[in-house]
Write a protein that binds this ligand. Structure first.
Ligand code: BGC
Length: 767
């Protein structure tokens, strides 16, 4: 059963009426973030009902222990957790000594809105206490995009039917535990609590990783919009500091608290200066003031929307959904800092540890590449480049050597930090997506210099890994890759996963191609890279041999590549014949049963066909789609988008639309009833891909930007923009025409349905 309480709206996510059962789900959906930090949409005031409190700071994690008795050589040493950070949003309210708590008061006129155009969270309600006193509350909150260490809250209370005493108690609380911690383990050590007239600071550090964070608040008060000063009482505990402001308030008057909150942290400042840095940033925020900060916020979001927006006419829910996906992706990663990345749940939950997965390279890069400046995607590539040393160290534990790199499936700092061996660790295919992302970036941006400057070292190291990992089968007289898990995690420890073998071969070939090109065109870089990596002729020859003799499982009978050796031994009963009571199989079946079944969690062979669509004729794409999709349960949020794109490619627009719906409103409608844990941020990039690459048919192979737009019958029109090599191109499609508008001052060459068209500056073509 899907949830259905989010009110459709073009630019906002809206909830009306107070429903306790939706609180944790809404806390995820209404989350806010600015690329450097993020928070679930927890209430400012106390809430004693069910809630999942979460504030997160980019890059801050804790290596949780995972060692157990049956530990084997090569297993990752720890499991990294994103850490729930100290809370700066808290503001307790008391009315004539009664605590405002929506779990206990009667709540009327409740409304919550996440305004995606401006990047602000707004909440309003009337609360009735047990003595019948009623107050009206309005709360505005945002995390500044411009000053990404600060956020601001404007929280107003108006007594409706009484005059009486009101207390505002803003606080900082560093006594935070992770929702997913074992035995309520505490991950922060509190070092110092400081107080000034209107400000407070808590300096704390994480155990083991020693990240230092100063959490700060600065308070301003107003009565009916006029700033006022009130004496405060301070209360401090070991982990918490609060200010109490008490006053009498008349019926109809509005008392407002402005709370500026901040995190300054040791990745960005010297540890000894964190409080000072917090003081500076909070004072600056207060001088600018809430309203001006909000104007800047609107302006910053307007800039993002200018290129990133997708407009869908004739389907309000689809419009809301695509903007929600684009909004959340921008809240998660701003591209300003190459040490940060995109966790599958972003800043909205703890599952998946907040770490970096192959999701970034396989799904997210095209989104950021097309909607932002090219440096944003480049920063994502540099994240991996900067972790190359660790990627070379990782496989040494497994017996690889000579500069072979295995990038982690899950990481916070370049080390593997996931403890599920067969599912996650064996997914060595992720190594290939690192090279694929470089290829994608270079192809799209035209910035070849990335390869000689950075990329080539990564490419060589990964190719080396594939060469060492492949072994020669004298039976098959081919190179094979044994004991892996493909993208379909419902098969573990299989031999010759087609996707992995295909990607490995391509990676090696791409390495050889670039070595040749560099030798020819970038000789001094070539010499530097060869000497830095110690690559020799013998190794290059071996690479050639392995690439040309890679084995691919194939079924003559079905005329398809097989997902892995032995796939046809399974009982190939299509998913449509499974009783719905058996779904999702990952919740209903034992792991053993899943592994023996033919069911595919997410695109596997089809993932490869999607990546390398230009290698396959259309009829092959169709054959593989028809063979694998009926066996696919789409139990990863990353699955429907790839299927939607391929379905568009083979002109099955209804199927493409069906798959699109599964990705676009996955979180808003909570299809899998798990949104309370956090949002599926990385699959949101897949939603964008389903429109731009799926319906829009945008491709970027062989240095050509091409389109083949189609439109689902449910929509009247859609349009999107892309930033292509510094120029903005708009694509508009309705049921009659398709328009391409070059909004920039340089000509752009595009291919439409295979025909080359040069769009001069500011030119529009209609077809
Ligand atoms: C998927 C992986 C993905 C991970 C994080 C898993 O469910 O199977 O492919 O990397 O989620 O999004």
């Amino acid at each position: 059963m899907n949830q259905n309480y989010i009110i459709p709206n073009e630019w906002s996510i809206i909830e009306e009426g107070f429903h306790k059962e939706n609180i944790t789900t809404s806390e995820s959906i209404f989350s806010i973030g600015n690329g450097a930090m993020g928070q679930r949409a927890n209430f400012e005031e106390t809430y004693t009902g069910e809630t999942f409190q979460g504030s997160y700071i980019g890059g801050i994690y804790y290596p949780d222990k995972t060692r157990v008795g049956w530990w084997k050589n090569g297993y990752p040493k720890y499991f990294a957790k994103v850490l729930n950070a100290p809370n700066w949003i808290g503001i307790d309210i008391k009315i004539d000594n009664q605590l405002l708590d929506l779990a206990k008061c009667k709540v009327l006129n409740y409304r919550r809105e996440l305004n995606m155009k401006d990047g602000i969270l707004i909440r309003s309600f009337t609360a009735k206490f047990s003595d019948e006193k009623k107050i009206e509350v309005e709360a505005y909150r945002f995390l500044s995009l411009d000053f990404n260490e600060v956020g601001a809250i404007k929280y107003s209370v108006t007594p409706i039917n009484f005059s009486g005493e009101i207390e505002f108690i803003p606080y900082l609380d560093a006594g935070i535990v992770n929702e997913d911690s074992n035995y309520d383990e505490f991950f922060w050590e509190i070092l110092q609590i400081e107080e000034e007239e209107t400000e407070a600071y808590i300096l704390s550090k994480t155990f083991k990783t020693e990240f230092h964070v100063c959490t700060g608040m600065k308070i301003e008060l107003a009565l009916n919009d006029y700033e006022i000063n009130l004496d405060k009482e301070t209360e401090k505990t070991e982990k918490n500091i609060s200010f109490k402001y008490k006053t009498n308030i008349k019926q109809g008057d509005t008392f407002t608290i402005y709370k500026y909150g901040s995190y300054t942290q040791s990745m960005n400042h010297p540890k000894a200066e964190l409080i000072f840095a917090a003081e500076k940033v909070l004072q600056k925020a207060a001088i600018i003031g809430f309203d001006n900060l909000l104007d800047k916020q609107r302006f910053a979001w307007a800039k993002i929307w200018k290129t990133a927006d997708i407009i869908i006419e004739g389907d309000l829910k689809a419009q809301q959904a695509i903007r929600f996906n684009i909004f959340q992706l921008n809240q998660t990663y701003s591209g300003k800092d190459s040490r940060l990345n995109i966790g599958p749940k972003g800043f909205t939950g703890e599952k998946y540890g907040g770490s970096t997965y192959w999701d970034t390279e396989a799904y997210c890069i095209p989104f950021y590449m097309s909607t932002k400046d090219k440096n944003v995607a480049k920063n994502l590539l540099l994240y991996r480049y900067n972790q190359l040393d660790k990627a070379i160290k990782n496989p040494e534990l497994l017996g690889f050597n000579g500069g072979a790199a295995l990038y982690p499936m899950v990481t916070m700092n370049g080390e593997e930090c996931h403890n599920e061996w067969e599912i996650t660790f064996e997914e060595i295919h992720r190594n290939g997506s690192m090279i694929y992302a470089i290829y994608n970036y270079v192809n799209y941006s035209g910035d070849y210099s990335y390869i000689p400057e950075f990329g080539m070292e990564v490419i060589i190291a990964i190719a080396r890994f594939w060469c060492q990992r492949a072994t020669f089968s004298s039976d098959k007289e081919r190179y094979v890759i044994l004991g892996v898990t493909g993208p379909n995690e419902y098969e573990n420890n299989v031999n010759n996963n087609w996707y992995t073998n295909y990607l490995a071969k391509w990676c090696i070939e791409y390495t050889l191609e670039n070595l040749g090109y560099l030798k020819d065109k970038f000789q001094s870089d070539y010499n530097r890279i060869i000497s830095k990596t110690n690559l020799n002729e013998q190794e290059i020859k071996e690479m050639q041999t392995i690439a040309t003799s890679m084995y691919f499982p194939y079924s003559e009978k079905n005329e398809v590549f097989l997902q892995q050796d032995g796939f046809l031994d399974k009982e190939l009963i299509p998913v449509s014949e499974l009783d719905s009571s058996q779904r999702p199989i990952n919740q209903k079946w034992s792991w053993d049963r899943i592994l023996r079944s033919p069911y595919i969690k997410q695109a596997d062979v089809l993932q490869g066909i999607y990546f390398f669509e230009n290698h396959f004729e259309n009829h092959l794409i169709k054959d593989h789609f028809d063979f694998y999709e009926p066996l696919t349960v789409h139990e990863s949020s990353l699955s429907p988008c790839v299927h939607s794109i391929l379905a568009s490619k083979i002109n099955r627009i209804d199927k493409a639309y069906e798959m699109y719906l599964q990705t676009a409103r996955l979180d808003l409608d909570d299809y899998n009833q798990e949104v309370h844990e956090g949002l599926h941020i990385t699959s949101m990039a897949g939603t964008w891909l389903s429109i731009v690459q799926g319906f829009g048919g945008m491709r970027n192979f062989d240095n050509r930007l091409s389109f083949n737009p189609q439109i689902p019958s449910q929509w009247e029109s859609y349009s999107f923009k892309i930033n292509y090599r510094g120029n903005t191109l708009k694509v508009y499609k309705n049921h009659k025409t398709c328009e391409f508008i070059n909004e920039s001052d340089n000509p752009i060459d595009i291919y439409i349905n295979n025909k080359k068209i040069t769009l001069s500056q500011q030119m529009k073509v209609k077809i």
